[in-house]
Unconditional design. Structure first.
Length: 334
């Protein structure tokens, strides 16, 4: 039906186990994901490419959580979006690191449907930055698929929910409708074809009109008029969108600066009432970003995603400080 976003293939290793390169996984206990899953497929391809054999580890419905509960597990593969909450929670503890592949471009030559991406520095924590620097990773497109005999109504309703609803407000990494149209390189459901290109059947009408030779000159003149009008409208729209994008980028820079200043103030604050006020300011910054930044190009930009994670992490940090100071006040009162 449609591509949704890039999924990231991450190899998470437990610190202190001497695992610094992909070859260090040889003989280790590594979670590869459930049988038949995308994670399992990605992990198998990577291990086979680098001629690595890992120790068998049984998996269940909550296989990824075993990385936290079973200290005999040395590492885990996981293929998911950038904003996976389980990965964020585990990586933010500082007890794990991301493993970088050796010569990833050679792997991509074997499997060209993978692309080279990066997990940006500070995605999972800012004090200290986790990771400390950008980590090159493999990415693979995540698609929403359906059976070929699915009804047009279901397909159209699903696509409208994604691109004409609020889904991209809740999940910023979902690509825009325009990007999805450019990404499509797989067989499409007819309703999806019509959704992304509603004028795809214009060729049939053109053939009928061309058959009416007596109207040939009129059609040429009409086509010229339509083309000139279309170019004029498109140029005006492009100029307006470019100006709006520039304005929103400046606005984003302002919010980033305000968030950094707020982070500095809260990190040194021990007053609960003042921290609660800072938390309110941070929430206003987050809501402002979700409300004001509507341009598809900006929402697809990695800087917006990183800012959204940054302000969310700031709110969580303030709430943690409030909870810790409240506990201290309770113990003093006793």
């Amino acid at each position: 039906m449609t591509p949704l976003y890039d999924e990231v293939v991450q190899i998470i290793v437990r610190n202190g186990r001497g695992i610094r390169t992909i070859q260090d996984l040889e003989g280790r206990r590594v979670l590869l994901g459930p049988d038949g899953s995308g994670t399992r497929t990605d992990a198998t391809r990577i291990l086979q490419t680098y001629n690595i054999t890992t120790a068998p580890v049984t998996t269940g419905p909550y296989w990824f959580q075993r990385l936290e509960t079973d200290r005999t597990v040395d590492a885990a593969f996981i293929t998911s979006g950038y904003l996976n909450p389980d990965v964020q929670r585990i990586m933010s503890t500082g007890r794990y690191s991301l493993l970088e592949l050796l010569h990833p471009q050679a792997f991509i030559v074997r499997y060209p449907f993978y692309k080279l991406g990066a997990v940006p520095a500070g995605l999972y924590g800012s004090k200290p930055s986790i990771p400390a620097a950008d980590v090159p990773v493999l990415t693979v497109r995540c698609y929403l698929s359906t059976q070929s005999d699915a009804s047009d109504a279901i397909v159209t309703a699903s696509l409208n929910a994604i691109y004409n609803g609020n889904l991209r407000h809740e999940i910023p990494v979902v690509i825009s409708r325009g990007e999805a149209k450019d990404w499509l390189d797989e067989p499409e459901h007819p309703a999806a074809q019509h959704f992304f290109d509603p004028y795809s059947n214009i060729g049939l009408l053109s053939n009928v009109l061309q058959a009416l030779s007596s109207l040939k000159e009129l059609l040429v003149a009409l086509a010229t008029l339509v083309y000139v009008s279309y170019r004029l409208v498109r140029n005006r729209r492009a100029a307006a969108e470019e100006e709006e994008l520039r304005r929103q980028k400046e606005h984003l820079d302002t919010l980033i600066e305000a968030t950094v200043k707020l982070d500095t103030k809260q990190s040194e604050c021990v007053d609960i009432e003042l921290l609660e006020a800072y938390r309110g300011e941070a929430q206003v910054l987050k809501n402002t970003a979700l409300h004001d930044f509507t341009h598809e190009t900006l929402r697809s930009n990695q800087l917006f995603t990183v800012y959204f994670l940054q302000v969310t992490h700031l709110i969580e940090s303030i709430e943690t400080r409030i909870a810790r100071l409240s506990n201290v006040d309770t113990r003093v009162a006793r």
